[in-house]
Design a protein around this ligand. Structure first.
Ligand SMILES: *Cc1c(COP(=O)(O)O)cnc(C)c1O
Length: 383
């Protein structure tokens, strides 16, 4: 197997995923929830930008019990990748999704009798059973059916041939807020519905933050996304997670800028003294936020270097005046570690006025995903 250094020597930029860290995060979640609670690995949105092709097989090998996605098509893609464990589709589905859901053994989150009927028909036609979960809207007011409607819909779904109402679920509104006491109220509303549907065997209510903060909400499975990526949600107890994702690039050019000259569109940064700038071949088309221009920092030569000037579609500049040895081909770290310095996804999120989920999910297909075990390449996926 090739080394990471060899595999990246001639690449402009790439996303690097540490599969050993991913394993460690699965183990950390397992320690937190114990053996009796399933780990439902949430791999929606291309596994939060980390690349579902590389992440899903590694998670399955690490022993997660189920996958969750949001679109039916994402579930189909997982099956095409060879995934054999149960897959829950957390988001909205149309009746027209039923045949493909049944054919691929996807568990839809059913919010209407129409979808239930379509699943029943498809299951009859294919000689299979359609498994569904029912989502109770306990206060987020985003998706699901109201507590008042839930019991009647569950009973109606149960009466459909070849439909198995396997799961009852809800989602918390304030999981990572400083005050998450509304989770207690949501739990009350959920428990009241669950008490009237004791025949539904599988309950799940927790995302990463809820799983970390509220053991009473673990139930039969926890839906874990961010924690698997090694990022601690805000306001949660430390879980000893390891970041799995780095964003790296190679310096494309180092140039002198005379005192008083400006750089990049609009000349919004001017050298106050003779300066040297390094060109980093990553831009907003890669998901690297334009608002970071003239504000963020990047690691070059083990040091934090200021991003200078307007960030472009495909490139931006950093000030390397203090790094006389900086040269074309040097490694630049946009997210991750270099020597003793670290730039965390949470730091980028704060600077860009967003959240780490958004920083990850924004990373575009042009960036190859390179999966590592130690210093060795495990696999590379490219658009
Ligand atoms: C995305 C998602 C999750 C995972 O959330 P994390 O905070 O990333 O763990 C869980 N449940 C639902 C319904 C989701 O949409």
């Amino acid at each position: 197997m090739t080394s990471i250094a060899d595999a990246t020597r001639s690449r402009n930029a790439w996303v690097e995923i540490d599969l050993d860290a991913l394993d460690a995060n699965v183990a950390a979640v397992r320690r937190l929830v114990g053996q009796a609670t399933e780990i439902i690995a949430v791999v929606k949105a291309n596994a939060y930008g980390a690349g579902v092709q590389g992440i899903a097989p590694a998670l399955e090998a690490a022993g997660v019990d189920r996958f969750a996605v949001v679109w039916t098509s994402e579930g189909v893609a997982l099956r095409r990748l060879g995934s054999r464990i149960p897959i829950v589709v957390l988001g909205h589905a149309f009746p027209a999704d039923a045949p493909v859901a049944v054919a691929n053994d996807l568990t839809l989150t059913c919010h209407s009798l129409e979808v239930g009927r379509a699943l029943s028909e498809a299951a009859l036609a294919q000689g299979k059973t359609a498994r569904v979960h029912l989502k109770v809207d306990t206060g987020l007011h985003r998706f699901g059916v109201t507590a008042a409607e839930s019991v009647a819909l569950a009973e109606a779904l149960r009466a459909l041939p070849r439909v198995e109402v396997e799961g009852l679920t809800t989602h918390m509104a304030n999981a990572d807020e400083p005050d998450d006491s509304f989770s207690v109220e949501q739990h009350k509303r959920f428990a009241a519905v669950a008490a009237r549907l004791p025949w539904i065997p599988y309950r799940h209510t927790a995302n990463s933050a809820t799983a970390l903060r509220r053991q009473e909400l673990h139930y039969d499975g926890v839906r874990i996304g961010l924690a698997l990526h090694g990022v601690q949600p805000e306001n949660t107890p430390t879980a000893h997670l390891q970041p799995i994702l780095s964003l790296k690039a190679r310096v494309a050019r180092v140039a002198e800028v005379a005192a008083g000259e400006g750089v990049s569109y609009g000349l919004r940064w001017r050298a106050e003294r003779p300066a040297r700038v390094a060109l980093i071949p990553v831009g907003y088309a890669d998901g690297w936020r334009r608002t970071l221009g003239n504000r963020g920092e990047v690691l070059v030569g083990g040091r934090r270097c200021a991003m200078v000037g307007t960030l472009c579609m495909d490139q931006f500049l950093v000030d390397v005046t203090e790094l006389p040895a900086a040269a074309e081909g040097d490694e630049a770290v946009l997210i991750g570690r270099q020597g003793a310095e670290v730039i965390a996804a949470t730091e980028i999120a704060r600077l860009a006025g967003t959240i780490p989920w958004d920083v990850f999910a924004s990373l575009q297909a042009r960036l190859p995903r390179i999966y590592r075990r130690g210093e060795r390449v495990d696999r590379i996926t490219e658009a």
